[in-house]
Design a protein around this ligand. Sequence first.
Ligand code: SF4
Ligand code: SF4
Ligand code: SF4
Length: 253
Amino acid sequence: MSKQSKALLIDITKCIGCQQCSVACKAGHKQPGDPEPTLSATAFTVIEPRGEKFVRRLCMHCEDPSCASVCPVGAIVKTAQGAVRYDGSKCIGCRYCMIACPFSVPKYEWSKLAPYVTKCDMCAERVLAGKQTLCAEACPTGATTFGDREDLLMEAHKRIVENPGTYVPRIYGEKEVGGTSVFYISDVPFEQLGFIEPPMNQPMPTLSAAALGEVPTVVTIGGSLLAGLYWFTQRRREVALAQVAEQDEKERN
Ligand code: SF4
Ligand code: SF4
Ligand code: SF4
């Protein structure tokens, strides 16, 4: 396998909701239980039913990740292989990454005495060893494929062009938040499938860092940046509420 940056392509038209990706991911990461409905500390990927469609959720492995930009100790890094990786040995538990992620991906091991942040690592050890990700290997329909980022982008464009009227003319992840290493193509508009609509196609770190009071001092704030900051603040509020609900749920059980 080449040493270029890797990625995943998820073709929503091909997903049958069989959950084999979730099962393989859990088994490979020694996580207990059956596939879960939402991302959690024990589920790095989930399948969300949306009408007649199934949408896989996982870390988007952003090209310029907000989670990494706000981490004060460098515990999250974007690697050359494409994966955004988390190093628990450096983590101080501030959970800024959870607030900063526009996709609400990182979760926290609330039930553990020494908790870590958790998320998909794009099967980094396997990929470094020249293998594909467990989820791509397990998918029986080719709805999830793994490969070089540039090749997968070309493949996504090719499927859209060669199947007129099938796909919406958009590759989600090509431009959103400055680009990601997980791409989606679909026959249903993404906004109908619960995908977030970032305010602009630029990396979020500048916005998130400013919103968190980290760096830098923004002297001139244009209209688009203000819109982005407003959007980011709203997202942060939603994430905080979701976290409280998640914690309440865990305490009840
Ligand atoms: S989706 Fe969230 S957790 Fe994943 S790389 Fe992007 S900002 Fe980080
Ligand atoms: S890339 Fe690996 S860690 Fe991420 S969802 Fe797929 S199997 Fe799980
Ligand atoms: S294994 Fe493939 S077809 Fe099955 S739910 Fe996952 S992505 Fe969809």
